[in-house]
Each structure stands twice: as structure tokens, then as C-alpha cells.
Design a protein around this ligand. Structure first.
Ligand code: HEM
Length: 200
């Protein structure tokens, strides 16, 4: 009788990243106002503008740093989708503040930890997109492109990222750097959003 192929076990780097960031994810998710009754178009626009201040600054640092070998960043940038949404919502992007307290990118292992967070953040996007589109009547053309940045390819993109992550040789010290950078990404993002007064 044929047997289903068992799912690939998570790489040790992935397990370390998951374990290391789980509490920070739960805490931030609780404070984000996507599912709040008070979310209206104005608050949603403020929230996206605050996201932009973080993503724009972090992705421009990523573009300037030494990426882990073989990683293709250009197709994974999320700032263009945020710009598209903010323009659709009539926000003057050039006037928005940018975050200057950002996670370390001074070695490829740290970069990998940051990329794990940015890529993983697309996974909740589909749920958020459905809710925002019901609550505010937005779609990819009028303000909700970022939340569904990879569209139908979200699962495929995540799997490709996990395959990539599993293929990078990381010894224990490098893994610790990756986890530290991933945790720092969550905490810098939360602090920035807090400072922008968009959290619950
Ligand atoms: C209200 C907001 C959020 C919701 C509802 C949410 C929800 C989710 C869900 C459902 C998953 C698991 C998806 C799956 O296993 O298929 C996930 C994974 C993940 N999310 Fe979020 N998320 C939110 C915000 C964020 C933010 C702001 C970040 C980081 C900036 C983030 C980073 C991650 C990461 C790194 C993973 C991957 C965990 C893994 O290794 O499997 N999430 N999120």
C-alpha cells in the first residue's frame, strides 16, 4: 500500500528561530489592532504608514548589506506593496518618519534571522487581508496589497524560504546570532509601532 511522504522535519535553525521568537510573536500579535472593533480606515492607514517606516528602513539596509549566499532579495521586497497601498490611501509617503533603531545585519547569520521574521510575517497576511477587506472594503488595488504580498504563492514562497534556510550551514554560534537578530527584529518593530502610537 502506498504511504504518504512524511513532511520534512524542521531544520535545527528553523526550530531555534521558532522557539526563540514564539513569545515575541504572540505578544505582538495581541497588540496589533487588525481585529480591533476600533479599526477604521484612518487607523488602518496610520498602521500601514508605521509599517512603512520600519520596512522601508530595514529593507534599504538589507539591500546594502552582505546577504547570505544565494539568497534572492529582489523578489521578496515588501516596501513596494506598502508604497502602493499608501499611495492608494492618499498618503504623502516622502513625509513619513523612518525607524532608525533596527536589528543587526553585520553578518549573514544575522541577516538570515531578520529574513525569517520578514518572510514569516507574510503567513498571517491572508487571514488579515480577508478581515480587512470585509471590515474596510479594501483589496489589492485600493490599500490591501501588502497584507497579501505574495498572493496565492504565499505557501510556495514560504516553503522555498524554509528550503533555503535548511540548506545554509549554520554552526551553533551562527544559529545563536540568527536567533538574536530575529528576536531583535520583533522587538525593534514592536518598539517602533509603540512609538508611532498604533498598537493596542
Ligand atoms: C495580527 C497579526 C498577526 C497574525 C494574526 C499572525 C498570524 C500568524 C499565523 C497564523 C502564522 C502561522 C502560519 C502557518 O503556520 O501557516 C504566523 C507565522 C509567523 N508570523 Fe505571524 N501573525 C501576525 C503578525 C506577525 C508579525 C507582525 C510578524 C513579524 C514582523 C510575524 C511573524 C511571523 C513569523 C516569523 C511566522 C513564522 C513562524 C514559523 O516558523 O512557522 N507575524 N503568523
Amino acid at each position: 500500500m502506498p504511504h504518504d511522504t512524511p513532511p520534512t522535519p524542521p531544520s535545527s535553525a528553523l526550530s531555534a528561530l521558532r522557539d526563540g521568537t514564539h513569545t515575541l510573536h504572540v505578544a505582538l500579535e495581541k497588540r496589533l489592532p487588525f481585529f480591533s472593533d476600533t479599526l477604521d480606515l484612518e487607523r488602518y492607514t496610520q498602521l500601514l504608514a508605521a509599517y512603512y517606516g520600519f520596512y522601508q528602513a530595514l529593507e534599504s539596509n538589507l539591500l546594502a548589506c552582505e546577504l547570505p549566499e544565494g539568497f534572492e532579495l529582489s523578489t521578496r521586497l515588501k516596501t513596494p506593496a506598502l508604497q502602493q497601498d499608501l499611495r492608494a490611501l492618499n498618503v504623502h509617503i516622502e513625509a513619513l518618519p523612518l525607524c532608525d533603531n533596527l536589528p543587526p545585519l553585520n553578518n549573514p547569520a544575522s541577516v538570515l534571522g531578520v529574513l525569517y521574521v520578514l518572510e514569516g510575517a507574510t503567513l498571517g497576511g491572508n487571514v488579515l487581508r480577508k478581515h480587512v477587506s470585509e471590515q474596510l472594503g479594501l483589496d489589492a488595488h485600493n490599500g490591501c496589497a501588502f497584507l497579501y504580498v505574495y498572493g496565492e504563492s504565499t505557501g510556495k514562497q514560504w516553503k522555498a524560504f524554509l528550503d533555503y534556510l535548511g540548506s545554509v550551514p549554520l554552526d551553533a554560534p551562527a544559529q545563536a546570532l540568527a536567533v538574536h537578530a530575529a528576536c531583535s527584529t520583533f522587538s525593534c518593530f514592536e518598539q517602533w509601532l509603540e512609538h508611532q502610537e498604533v498598537l493596542l
